[in-house]
Design a protein around this ligand. Sequence first.
Ligand code: SF4
Ligand code: SF4
Length: 417
Amino acid sequence: MDYNPRESQYWDESRLTSDMKLAFDVCNGCRLCHNLCPSFPVLFEAVESHDDNVEALTAEEMAHVADLCYQCKLCFLKCPYVPPHRFDLDFPRLMLRSKAIRTRQHGMSRSDKFLGDPERSGRLGTSMPLLANWSLTQPFMRKQMEKRMGIDHRRHLPKFAYMRFSQWVKKHRSVTAAVDVALFTTCTVEYHEAGIGQAALKVLGHNGITAAVPSDLRCCGMPALDGGDIAGATERAAHNVMKLVDYAKAGKKILALQPTCAFVLKQDYPVLLGTEEAKQVAAATLDITEYLAGLMKAGKLKREFRSSPGTITYHLSCHSKVQGLKKAAADLLGGIEGTTVNVVDRCAGIDGTWGLKAEYYDEAQKVAKKLTEAFQLAHDTTACSDCALAGLQIETAADKPPRHPVQILWEAYGLDE
Ligand code: SF4
Ligand code: SF4
């Protein structure tokens, strides 16, 4: 199967059709993923409607299955037929290829264009945060956003920061030549959740680790990939690799402040770019929680805390899980004396930009049902998630925004005082 967009056969529609039918045939026989997401039940229903004949699936039916894939990658974790198995099945990448070919043929929808460029909306929103944040609460404005940009008017959206993270860094930090790690700050932290970046720098500094904050980093590219915009994602990947590769070459770790972005740097950059530099950046990248949990395990993280958050209800995001970080946050936060961590291992149904779209909102709410119930039940505990987008769903359920693990550490150390 073709998963490499740098090769011409990736873009061949007839090859895609035969690859998809092969994959669908394997899945129809296996059905292990029947309850993971909406893609699989819709696929199996369509195949059954053609008397189990995958060859009879129409182009529209196949495109619908692909559009219902929100790239959580959980099926990849579960699948026994992933490369190097001879079936060579990477279901999410195949669904992405289907979207990419259709995007190249027909262009991007207005919604995908808008959601695929979080830097543009971030710059605009943070240039007039009062007005932008007020607009997000106004039913008329939200209906207009839904009509023009396809963002569901019921979806709780992230507020814009009053000071961008990079502006805060310029104001509060002096440049230092000797650094131990570099931050991949992410659009979420730059435009919306600057507090996560501040807490990360303080927690690292408290543990004697000096972090560089490279300027002018771009979006990781995941929102562009969601819309099938391979060229847009590749351009962003090339820019970020150029800004980060010297750290990797110098043996420094690159710490991403959001799990989806860490995943994209690790797994997608080498595929999109195919260069030695992209592989070096990928090999040097860690999620910040992964890095801190590693320090704790090695006995290199300070264990003197001033307070405990008590019981934490921690959301394990799909993109943390797919990086093998099932226990990282629980180990890290459980290391704070007097703290109990209960893990909610459920999808939030947002996964990048998918769950923000009006056309998928109801489906996304169904996907997130178990997570929503868990956080409603645990409303009197400390809500926590590494993923700020999943946090939108959690905030609605728990009636308070979840904290990132570094923010919980920052408070437990007493660095917020
Ligand atoms: S990546 Fe996630 S959404 Fe996509 S098909 Fe697999 S389980 Fe479903
Ligand atoms: S993706 Fe793999 S595990 Fe899931 S249904 Fe298909 S073949 Fe089975």
